[in-house]
Design a protein around this ligand. Structure first.
Ligand SMILES: Cc1cc2nc3c(=O)[nH]c(=O)nc-3n(C[C@H](O)[C@H](O)[C@H](O)COP(=O)(O)OP(=O)(O)OC[C@H]3O[C@@H](n4cnc5c(N)ncnc54)[C@H](O)[C@@H]3O)c2cc1C
Length: 412
């Protein structure tokens, strides 16, 4: 019994592991010269494997796809991820934010151990095999350095990733291939992404590249309800990116899609309230400059002072109460998300209503999908890798179950 996996990211490797453990001969193909490129890149940020928060909270991170992701995580959730890493000789720890990392904060040792185990289990790797669809006989077509190659396979798991960071191998070229087979793909969009603001030349040249620390972002939803997100972010040439921006990026992106722009509110002094700021800023300024006054009375300086000047008019600095209100809720108008290629992850993809519970495309028996190419999204925090692992396992094991059932029923 042979299972073909296309895509050697975390989802594809996990599908290979599950299919192999269930008794299949597994052949894994990837367009790149080596597997797990994005996984290794994630290692540069410490490799946040999963999160230690309670199940209810963990599941809530998948938002509108919670109901579809929950059954996948039921058999391979955060606890299983940590046990799996330990099985590869990689201990993990829980950081102060509850995020889970390998003790050495590296992806390479884990990937090396994983590939060793997969090879020992008999998984065969075929690198530089770029999948380009099917031929008239239904065989899989690959472009290789030696020319075109076709492969016949009864059970195939596609784990081709989303469309971010295409130079690492996931360029979403699978989208038109599946559309041509009648699968309605939800358009891919950037997730965990930065945004364009359109800074003035003065602000851009002075502050691009600078981190904005100890701030909070207030986001107001359509119903007017506010959510408060402490953290930090970075000023870019075109706008904003990084930690706390990614955390709120899905709703901001959807707002821009619906209304053309989105506004977030920056709290530049999370440890002081408006009355305190108003009181302090009302102290006589004397001959001191406004910059010194702001720094002494409100601890607003550097890039924070720059942001204030970028948004608030000259008159807005005169009245302490008005200035205090601006410091606590500085409106930042976002005009566009940064392109998909720059995003951490991808929203959209193969819709769950096209899939059965084993992640097989119902209309294309024997073709399974896993990982980021499915239509779900989640913030950073280990939720992406956890769901990629879990969906890979379900699809890999599902392919074997399907082949076994087909064997007893006869070919379909
Ligand atoms: C900078 C960065 C940091 C990140 N950090 C974290 C983190 O700390 N924690 C976390 O949970 N997530 C993190 N992520 C996200 C996480 O890496 C991805 O969600 C995850 O790698 C997706 O896994 P996947 O297997 O679905 O796809 P991918 O990892 O993208 O793998 C897909 C594979 O398919 C191959 N492929 C694609 N098309 C073809 C084709 N036509 N033919 C053959 N092969 C093909 C690619 O070469 C690739 O090897 C990070 C992402 C980025 C960009």
């Amino acid at each position: 019994m042979n299972v073909t996996i296309i895509g050697g990211g975390p989802a594809g490797l996990m599908a290979a592991e599950a299919a192999s453990a269930a008794g299949a001969q597994v052949d894994l193909y990837d367009g790149m010269a080596s597997v797990g490129r994005k996984f290794l890149l994630a290692g540069k940020g410490g490799l946040n494997l999963t999160h230690s928060e309670i199940t209810e909270k963990f599941l809530s991170r998948y938002g509108a796809r919670r109901a579809q992701i929950a059954p996948l995580l039921a058999s391979f959730g955060p606890v299983a991820v940590r046990a799996w890493a330990r099985g590869l000789g990689i201990e993990t720890f829980v950081g102060s934010s509850g995020r889970v990392f390998p003790t050495d904060l590296k992806a390479a040792p884990l990937l090396r151990a994983w590939l060793r185990r997969l090879r020992l289990a008999g998984v065969r790797f075929h690198m530089r095999h770029r999948w380009s669809g099917w031929d008239a006989q239904g065989a899989l077509c690959f472009a290789t350095p030696e020319g075109g190659r076709t492969v016949q396979s009864d059970a195939v798991v596609l784990a081709l990733g989303g469309g971010s960071w295409p130079k690492l191998g996931s360029d979403a070229a699978w989208v038109p291939l599946l559309i041509a087979r009648g699968v309605q793909i939800v358009p891919l969009q950037p997730a965990n992404c930065g945004f364009n603001v359109g800074w003035t030349e003065h602000f851009r040249t002075k502050f691009a590249g600078q981190p904005v620390k100890s701030v909070a972002i207030v986001v107001r939803n359509a119903a007017g309800a506010e959510s408060w997100h402490p953290g930090e972010f970075v000023i870019t040439e075109t706008g904003v990116e990084g930690g706390v921006i990614y955390a709120v990026s899905a709703s901001l992106r959807d707002d821009i899609l619906a209304k053309g722009t989105a506004t977030l509110y920056l709290d530049l002094a999370p440890d002081r309230d408006v009355p305190r700021l108003t009181h302090d800023l009302s102290r006589p300024r004397g001959k001191r400059t406004m910059a010194t006054h702001l720094q002494r009375q409100a601890h607003i300086e550097g890039v924070k002072a720059g942001l204030l000047r970028e948004v608030v008019s000259k008159e807005g600095f005169v009245d302490p109460a008005r200035l205090a209100a601006s410091i606590k809720a500085l409106p930042l108008r976002l005009v566009a998300p940064r392109p998909l290629e720059e995003a951490i992850s991808t929203a959209g993809g193969v819709p769950f209503n096209a899939l059965d519970e084993r992640l097989m495309i119902r209309a294309l028996p024997g073709l399974f999908c896993a990982g980021e190419m499915l239509d779900w999204e989640a913030p950073t925090g280990g939720y992406l890798l956890t769901a990629c692992f879990a969906s890979g396992r379900v699809a890999g094991a599902g392919a074997v179950t399907w082949l076994n059932k087909r064997g007893t029923r006869g070919a379909v």
